[in-house]
Design a protein. Structure first.
Length: 476
C-alpha cells in the first residue's frame, strides 16, 4: 500500500480532520467536508464569498441541521484591522438573510448548544438586537462590533474572552457584565472614534454598597477610547492580579494637558513603578500616524503592567511643546523612589532645568535609555555639581539611540560622575547619521568614548525607522 493511500485511509477515518468548513470555498469542497465530517464538532466560517458564490443559500438547510454540532462560528464581512480592532468600512452591506440567521441563533430559534466561540466581524450602524445569550450556556469567547452590550446579559459564568463595542452602553451594563463572568481572562471594550465621546454615561446609578468585582484570572484588559474619569470609575470597582496587562486609550478633554487627563486611579502605580517608558510618536512627512501619539508604559512587581495612550488635541506642530509639558508634569508628580529602568523616546527633550528636576526624583535609576535628536540637555542634566550628589547616582547603563551629541562633553560628564558616584559600566550607542563626523578630522564618537576606563561601549547597528534615511525629514 502506498503512502498516499495510507494517508487517505487515515483522513477518511478521522472526521475531525474535516471539521473546519468555510462556506467561501468552492461548492464541491464544502459538500465534501460536510459529508466527511460526519458527527465531528464543527468550526464554521462564513464570509462575503459565501454569498457571491451562492454557497450559503445552497447549503442553508443542511447547515441548520448541523448546528447542534457547531462549536465555533466565525462570520467576517469586512476586513478587521489589527492590533486596534477597527473594522474597515465595506460599501456592500451585510446580507439581510445572514443578519436574520444570526439573530435566530442569538435568540434561540436555532439551537447551537455546544457553541463556545462566536466571532462576528462586521459592522452595522444598528446593532443586532437579542433578548439574551443565555441560550448559549457554553460560550467562552465572543468578539463582535455589532451586538448591543445590553443583550449580553446574563452571560455564561464560564465566559473567558470578550471583545465588544461599548459605544452607547451605560456603565451599569459594563459592571454587570464583569460581575457575571468572574472567569474572564481577556477583556476589550472597544470604542472606534475618539471624537464622538461626549459622555459615557454615569456611574451614579450603581449602588455605593456594591462589592468589588474580583477578576482573579484576568490577563489583559483593554479600554478605549474613553475619558480618564471613566477609567477611574471602572477600575475602582474591580480587582485583578499584578500579572495583568492593562491598556487604555484616553481621549483628552479639549485643551487639556496630557497629564491632566492621566487617570487618578493609576497615580500610585506610576509613582511606585520600577520601569517607565515615555514615548511620543515622531511625525514624519509621508508616514501614517496613529491616533494616540503620546504613550506611557509602566510596571512593577507589585502592580499590573500599564500602557496608557493619549490622543492629540492640538496641531501636530504643537507636539514638541506638549511633550515638554508632559515631562514637566511627570517630574512634578515625583519622587519615583523605585524606578530602575527609564526610557524616553521623542523628537526633542525639554530644557535642562526640566530634565534636572525629573532626575532629582529618580535616585534609583540603573538603566537609562534615550531616543531623541539631540541630547545636550540630557548631558547637562546628568552633570554633577560640587555641592550635591550627581543625578541618578546608581546609573550603570546609558543607552543613546539615534542622537546627536558632543562626544567630548559626554566623556567629561561621565568622568566627573565616576569620581563622585557608582561608575557607569556600559554605554550603548546606535550607529546612525547623527554619529557621523560633520567636519574633516573630527574624531569619531567611538574613538573618544572608548577610552573611558572601566566602561564597555557597545555599538549597535542602525535599525531605527527614524534614522534609516539619508536625510532628516522630520517635520517637527
Amino acid at each position: 500500500m502506498s503512502r498516499c493511500t495510507r494517508w487517505r485511509k487515515v483522513a477518511l477515518a478521522t472526521p475531525s480532520l474535516w471539521a473546519y468548513i468555510h462556506f467561501g470555498w468552492p461548492a464541491h469542497v464544502v459538500a465534501r467536508f460536510l459529508a466527511r465530517s460526519r458527527k465531528a464538532r464543527l468550526y464554521i466560517g462564513i464570509n462575503k464569498d459565501a454569498f457571491t458564490s451562492g454557497n450559503f443559500p445552497r447549503f442553508h438547510d443542511e447547515l441548520n441541521s448541523l448546528l447542534n454540532r457547531v462549536e465555533r462560528l466565525s462570520i467576517k464581512w469586512c476586513p478587521y484591522h489589527q492590533p486596534h480592532g477597527y473594522l474597515v468600512p465595506d460599501p456592500n452591506p451585510i446580507s439581510s438573510v445572514l443578519l436574520n440567521w444570526i439573530s435566530d441563533i442569538l435568540n434561540g430559534k436555532h439551537k447551537v448548544p455546544h457553541l463556545w466561540q462566536l466571532h462576528l466581524k462586521f459592522y452595522e450602524r444598528e446593532p443586532v438586537r437579542t433578548e439574551t445569550l443565555s441560550n448559549l450556556p457554553h460560550l467562552l469567547e465572543i468578539c463582535s462590533r455589532s451586538i448591543s452590550l445590553t443583550t449580553l446579559l446574563p452571560v455564561s459564568y464560564q465566559l473567558r474572552r470578550v471583545d465588544i463595542d461599548y459605544c452607547h452602553t451605560s456603565p451599569i451594563h459594563l459592571i454587570n457584565l464583569l460581575a457575571s463572568a468572574p472567569m474572564l481572562e481577556d477583556v476589550h471594550f472597544f470604542h472606534e472614534n475618539e471624537y464622538d465621546i461626549i459622555h459615557e454615561g454615569s456611574f451614579e446609578d450603581l449602588s455605593s454598597n456594591q462589592s468589588t468585582i474580583s477578576l482573579s484570572h484576568l490577563k489583559t484588559f483593554t479600554i478605549g477610547w474613553c475619558r480618564s474619569s471613566f477609567v477611574d470609575e471602572l477600575l475602582s470597582r474591580i480587582t485583578y492580579p499584578p500579572s495583568a496587562e492593562i491598556s487604555l486609550s484616553i481621549c483628552r478633554e479639549p485643551s487639556a494637558r496630557i497629564m491632566t487627563d492621566f487617570p487618578l486611579s493609576l497615580r500610585s502605580a506610576l509613582l511606585f513603578s520600577t520601569s517607565l517608558s515615555i514615548d511620543v510618536e515622531r511625525y514624519r512627512i509621508g508616514e501614517a500616524l496613529s491616533a494616540a501619539p503620546f504613550a506611557l508604559h509602566f510596571s512593577s512587581s507589585r502592580s499590573a503592567d500599564y500602557h496608557v495612550d493619549f490622543n492629540e488635541r492640538g496641531a501636530r506642530s504643537e507636539r514638541i511643546a506638549e511633550s515638554s509639558e508632559m515631562i514637566d508634569d511627570i517630574s512634578s508628580m515625583g519622587p519615583f523612589e523605585n524606578l530602575q529602568y527609564f526610557s524616553i523616546a521623542m523628537a526633542l527633550l525639554p530644557d535642562s532645568h526640566t530634565m534636572t528636576r525629573l532626575f532629582d526624583g529618580c535616585s534609583e535609576i540603573e538603566n537609562l535609555a534615550v531616543t531623541v535628536r539631540d541630547i545636550d540637555n540630557l548631558i547637562t542634566a546628568l552633570s554633577p555639581s560640587e555641592s550635591t550628589t550627581p543625578p541618578c547616582p546608581k546609573l550603570r547603563t546609558l543607552s543613546l539611540f539615534n542622537s546627536k551629541f558632543n562626544p567630548f562633553a559626554l566623556r567629561d560628564v561621565i568622568q566627573e560622575r565616576n569620581k563622585q558616584t557608582v561608575p557607569l559600566k556600559e554605554l550603548r550607542l546606535r550607529k546612525n547619521r547623527r554619529l557621523r563626523p560633520n567636519e574633516a578630522g573630527f574624531p569619531s564618537v567611538v574613538s573618544v568614548l572608548s577610552r573611558l576606563e572601566g566602561m564597555v561601549v557597545t555599538i549597535e547597528e542602525d535599525i531605527d525607522e527614524y534614522s534609516s534615511s539619508s536625510s532628516d525629514t522630520d517635520s517637527e
